[in-house]
Design a protein around this ligand. Structure first.
Ligand SMILES: Nc1nc2c(c(=O)[nH]1)N[C@H]1C(S)=C(S)[C@@H](COP(=O)(O)O)O[C@H]1N2
Ligand SMILES: [Mo]
Length: 327
């Protein structure tokens, strides 16, 4: 799907001949290597190794919102990624040298297929989809982001979890030489997040490998990150290196840091406030009115929706659960 007019495409985005040839070689060699995990590959869904390369063979999704996406600049310069610093522009400023390829993911725990897999082998069997989702940060701001990714449920199936698997646990790369923010003890590293197996099997979550039709930028979690649109942004873990099918619920990084403020479920809920601020409203990044009125009245806020507006798809997952206690 073409989002931007061709005139908007910068010359730097046009693939150089050298990169094109390398990519051809790469596709051929992975094809020759045969089916490492699951037979059948869609050449268009291979993740190119080049920065800002356009992703091909991307399908649209019925789950996309029709709201206007935030600008590429908003999405790539206003980030939370504490591995690269705690200020909003730190991930953009400190992650440019990060090299996200080659990349592998270790799969462990209660599943028939475990081991360490190249990123390409995990992504290859799936068709890439564009999913334009709202992202609601626990800090009461939001954006609309055109991700490109693959349904998490399909990836989970690929590893054939066993009945003992009750949670899917994700971890981010732990490497303070490559992630300078890990020299600070602001969180316990590696960053860890988890979903129940039922949440992971829902059709909404994706593993994102792209943004605006291009390879995912480092500051947004390259080369692969989770997106769970009905939960606060901190559940959407970036730079994933491991997936563990666990019988027990882990303590996640934000639960460890502040258990009274950040719960395991972290469902977007305008009726349950954060201990230090209201969750009833949110500031849509980039939407503030310009000029003098803004300084008098402050940035425009809009109401926050239950489950971030995805209740129809996910409310049933929490039937009978007290969402005030299980925040
Ligand atoms: N590994 C890791 N993943 C992370 C974070 C982080 O600090 N480290 N921040 C989270 C938070 S709080 C948010 S709001 C989203 C932001 O994603 P974005 O910068 O792509 O918009 O990433 C989440 N994933
Ligand atoms: Mo967040």
């Amino acid at each position: 799907m073409l989002i931007r007019k061709p005139a908007d495409i910068r010359p730097s985005e046009i693939t150089s001949r050298e990169n094109y040839l390398n990519r051809r070689k790469f596709i051929q060699s992975t094809a020759l290597a045969g089916s490492s995990l699951i037979a059948g590959t869609a050449a268009g869904s291979i993740v190119p190794e080049e920065r800002r390369a356009r992703l091909t063979g991307v399908e649209t999704s019925e789950f996309s919102t029709s709201e206007a996406p935030n600008s590429y600049t908003d999405i790539t310069t206003y980030n939370n990624y504490y591995e690269f610093g705690t200020n909003k522009d730190d991930p953009f400023r400190n992650s440019q040298e990060f090299e996200p390829r080659p990349w592998s993911i270790t799969v462990s725990g209660h599943a028939d297929k475990t081991g360490t897999f190249n990123l390409e082998d995990i992504v290859k069997p799936h068709v890439l989809q564009e999913r334009i989702y709202r992202l609601r940060c626990v800090e009461a701001w939001s954006m609309v982001i055109p991700w490109v990714g693959i349904p998490l449920a399909d990836v989970i199936k690929q590893f054939a979890p066993q009945s003992a698997a009750k949670y899917v646990v994700f971890r981010t790369l732990n490497d303070r030489a490559r992630m300078p923010g890990q020299r600070s003890r602001v969180l316990r590293w590696p960053y860890i997040e988890a979903l129940t197996i039922a949440e992971a099997a829902n059709p909404l979550p994706i593993l994102a490998v792209g943004l605006y039709g291009e390879v995912l930028p480092n500051q947004n979690g390259a080369p692969i990150r989770l997106i769970v649109p009905w939960k606060y942004g901190f559940k959407s873990i970036k730079g994933i290196v491991s997936i563990d099918f666990s019988e027990t619920r882990p303590r996640t990084s934000w639960e460890i840091a502040a258990p009274h403020e950040y719960g395991f479920y972290a469902n977007v809920n305008p009726n349950v406030d954060h201990p230090r601020w209201s969750q009833a409203r949110e500031r849509r990044i980039g939407s503030a009115p310009q000029g003098a009125l803004q300084s008098i009245f402050g940035a425009k806020k809009q109401p926050t929706l239950m489950f971030n507006g995805y209740g129809e798809q996910v409310a049933h997952l929490y039937d009978g659960l007290d969402l005030r206690r299980n925040f």
